[in-house]
Write a protein that binds this ligand. Structure first.
Ligand SMILES: [Fe+2]
Ligand SMILES: [Fe+2]
Length: 329
């Protein structure tokens, strides 16, 4: 899942008249809906913004495996274990497609990994929250993958070809993720009172962090405008958040779960729900590294990188020897 653009760091939006000739051609192609490919000319800001966005997205897929991976050995049935294993494996695959897409922009996967470990590249804030009970696995699939899909469906039309093509494949798998989460919660909500209570507890803890996944409100999202002009971003954060709330309310009703927001009400005039915004101070605090699980997540990633050193070295040594062997033959 999981693009959450906090700061795209791009240039301000320029008028067409201010642009050099090649940039005018580039903008005309974007406006026509043409895809930009790796060897095409692109403004430096476009390239950097994409590296940041795709890199952050790739890291989120990989770090996102940690809260769920924690439950593979605790899954209550063989069937649930197989489903969860498949889902977590999909997320690793999403990370790989996205690292590959970012590499076409002139950064290596190793460099991105180093930036993540140095705290210079981020991943989605949601994965800094713990998964405390089995119903959390349902809530992650339903709400977290659900919020991710909301973002990613639009990104299938993003202007950068490799990113857009990766998103088409990812979206197909994400809808399976959301459905397995919802299916798990249906079972729990129709189960014993204790199981229903676990589902409600998961809903209470994941609702606001899921709303945060769309990033800060449009008025505080400084670089949205440029990203939208470049069609790197298709909808605003607030539009997507609203869509997510409107989609989720009837689903929660069907489960018999209460959304933890007393102000949540249908607004006839707007044709949408009014709802309470998440605590943005908490969001910025989590992004800054002070969430409940930030340190654990980073330690797990850094250790995995260290533990895999022997394997990467082996691969590099083999790659070096291969041409020599071919020569000898
Ligand atoms: Fe994913
Ligand atoms: Fe997913």
């Amino acid at each position: 899942m999981y693009a959450q653009v906090i700061d795209t760091g791009s240039d301000r939006v320029r008028a067409i008249g201010e642009m050099p000739e090649e940039e005018k051609v580039f903008m005309a192609r974007i406006e026509k809906g043409e895809k930009i490919e790796p060897k095409d000319w692109m403004p430096e800001g476009y390239r950097k913004t994409l590296i940041r966005q795709i890199g952050q997205h790739a890291h989120s897929e990989v770090v996102g495996q940690l809260p769920e991976g924690n439950w593979i050995t605790r899954a209550p049935t063989l069937e649930r274990k197989a489903i969860l294993l498949a889902k977590v494996q999909d997320e690793a695959g999403h990370g790989l497609y996205l690292y590959s897409a970012a590499e076409t922009l002139g950064i290596s996967r190793d460099e991105m990994t180093e930036l993540l470990h140095a705290g210079k590249m981020k991943y989605s804030s949601i994965f800094n929250y713990p998964t405390l009970n089995w119903a959390d696995i349902g809530a992650v699939g339903w709400l977290v993958d659900g919020a991710a899909i909301m973002n990613q469906v639009a990104l299938q039309r993003t202007s950068y070809g490799p990113y857009s093509r990766a998103m088409i494949r990812i979206c197909k798998e994400e809808s399976f993720h959301q459905r397995q989460g919802y299916d798990l919660l249906i079972k729990m909500c129709q189960g014993s009172p204790e199981q229903k209570a676990m589902a409600q507890d998961a809903m209470n803890r994941f609702w606001y962090p899921a709303l945060m996944m769309f990033g800060p409100s449009d008025k505080d999202s400084v670089h949205s405008e440029q990203s939208m002009a470049w069609k790197i971003k298709i909808n605003t954060n607030d539009e997507l958040r609203q869509k997510f709330v409107d989609q989720t309310v009837p689903q929660a009703k069907y489960l018999g779960l209460t959304i933890p927001d007393e102000n949540l009400v249908w607004n006839e005039e707007r044709g949408a729900h009014d709802f309470t915004q998440p605590d943005w101070n908490e969001f910025f605090d989590v992004i800054a590294g002070n969430g409940p699980c930030n340190k654990d997540r980073m330690a797990a990633r850094v250790n995995a990188w260290k533990d895999g050193a022997w394997f990467r070295e082996g691969l590099a040594a083999y790659a070096k020897k291969l041409p020599l062997r071919k020569q000898a033959v």
